[in-house]
Design a protein around this ligand. Structure first.
Ligand SMILES: [Zn+2]
Length: 230
């Protein structure tokens, strides 16, 4: 199999690992080049108003953490942008689309992993919409497989009827790489929470085991297939 070019486009540092860290490592081991784009800065929504100055040290520490976590997963490149954390609904969607289009056109990826459109988190929804728009099929453009991941503590928190539910129809066996995913999440310790939070080690190990058991393997990551063309 010729090696593939893979893009992972996420809202916040840690979403990429929560959503598809196991599959990123799997692609890396298969010789595929995984390129990660993270659009929002993270953290600044934890204060009353956005003030990057208040979080200077934390944001630069988070960037280092993101680099370390992604290097554990063997990514080819990581790009961190600074859209306002949890305020991406205040940006014109077109501006986000243009950034994603720029990233996609430079890479020409075979596969793009991104957020599910039914997430509770507004940045996740904006990124989803921007990626689907940037990857719209046009004559003369190369085919892109679109896969939408779940992010524990967002995807499952949307209430029924508010949006399309996350009903996975694509499973990736990550039995060989789930340990690397958990190691990368260990690096993102500032973003993790104690059990029984959905973003705790125990919850994430349980989810990987349940997604695996759903298809009869030790561990899996689950996705909704957005589009596949062949
Ligand atoms: Zn997020």
């Amino acid at each position: 199999m010729p090696s593939k070019t893979v893009a992972v486009i996420a809202a916040h540092p840690d979403d990429e690992v929560l959503g598809c860290g196991g599959v990123m490592a799997k692609h890396g081991r298969a010789g595929d080049a995984v390129h990660v784009l993270i659009l929002a800065e993270g953290m600044t929504s934890r204060a009353e108003r956005r003030d990057r100055g208040l979080f200077d040290e934390e944001l630069s520490a988070l960037a280092d953490v993101a680099k370390e976590a992604n290097s554990i997963l063997g990514v080819a490149s990581l790009r961190l942008l600074d859209f306002a954390d949890n305020r991406m609904d205040s940006v014109d969607l077109l501006d986000v689309v243009k950034v994603v289009e720029d990233f996609i056109s430079g890479l020409q990826p075979d596969i793009v992993y991104t957020h599910h459109g039914g997430d509770l988190n507004v940045d996740h929804r904006v990124v989803h919409d921007a990626v689907v728009t940037a990857c719209r099929p046009m004559p003369g453009k190369s085919f892109v497989t679109l896969l939408f991941f779940e992010v524990p503590s967002s995807t499952e928190w949307r209430t029924p009827g508010a949006a399309l539910p996350f009903v996975p129809n694509w499973f990736e066996d990550i039995s060989e790489t789930v340990a690397l995913k958990m190691e990368a999440l260990g690096v993102y310790a500032s973003e993790m929470r104690p059990w029984p939070h959905a973003r705790s080690v125990k919850a994430l190990e349980s989810l990987a085991a349940w997604r695996g058991a759903t298809v009869g393997v030790e561990a899996a990551e689950a996705f909704v297939l957005g589009r596949y063309v062949r």
